[in-house]
Design a protein. Sequence first.
Length: 263
Amino acid sequence: MRVIIKSDYEEVTDWAATYIAYRIKRARPTSTKPFVLGLPMGDTPKGMYKKLVELNRAGKLSFANVVIFCMNEFIGLEKNAPQSCRSYMDEYLLKHVDTKEANIYILDGRTKNYEKECANFELAIRQKGGIDLFVGGVGADGHIAFNEPFSSLDSHTRVKTLTTETMKAKAKLFDNDINKVPHTVLTVGTGTIMDAKEVMILATGETKAEATKAAIEGSVNHRWAVSALQMHRHGIYVCDEDAASKLEQDTVLYLKDIERNAY
């Protein structure tokens, strides 16, 4: 696992956006062989999306041949609800770049057949040749997507019940009323994420320090879903100094040293 430690949030999201752009351009995607990108919701990636939009508007990056799979959706929400994945992605990325509607895959929170919806999502990923780069954030408890503590590390897209702590964190999207937060979501699994050819996880702020320590210095275990990244051949963990604050000093010095002359 490659670990990038940057000074602050701005540097983390700038590095992430620059890396995504690099990977897309290097792939030289076409309509018949697109670049397949997995993307998250949340506060952490907002700066990354802003940078990607800037690159697109400057003519330095095209999304015309990029297929996008979004990580999750609240069950029961209409796709145009302000808290939905579709609304979030439209606001921060999709409406501002040259992506194509046919290349966007978002789980349907209003489906009457959860099992079929999840199976079709996994099938669509396989039909596109798998995800080239899956980008995600990490929760304070180490969850990635909505794979809460003790989720199977081999899980795939499915229905997931949210913990009270996660619902509290998401209440800000629902007028700060936890009673309005859906109890269940459709989410890609840890296994779905780890099946990608490359995975990049972003972590910023002191609240992510414990999860960062578990991801980098802890054992691989289902208490911390993010720890699965240790087993990925092409895993990248990008964090700021605050998120790295609970790592051993020797660990930080080593990680910074080996990245000194690397991109």
